[in-house]
Design a binder for this molecule. Structure first.
Ligand SMILES: [Zn+2]
Length: 71
């Protein structure tokens, strides 16, 4: 099912996650629509290596909060 162009992202759940690879923290906001069994993958916005999945039908919105300085 396609989203209308002016679809408003209605956040229904949000949590802060720490990347297990680089230590960055980022907020993951998901939009819970009619659950159809879909899963979306998302990655750490800093290193893009820490792949997770969440049960939602639309791609989650990721906001980088902080990064751990690299050595
Ligand atoms: Zn990372």
């Amino acid at each position: 099912m396609e989203q209308p162009p002016n679809h408003i992202f209605a956040v229904s759940a949000a949590f802060v996650q720490t990347c297990g690879s680089c230590g960055s923290t980022f907020r993951v906001e998901i939009e819970r629509q009619r659950f159809n069994g879909d899963q979306q993958e998302y990655v750490c916005p800093s290193c893009r290596h820490h792949v997770c999945r969440v049960a939602t039908s639309t791609p989650p919105r990721i906001t980088l909060l902080s990064t751990r300085p690299r050595k």
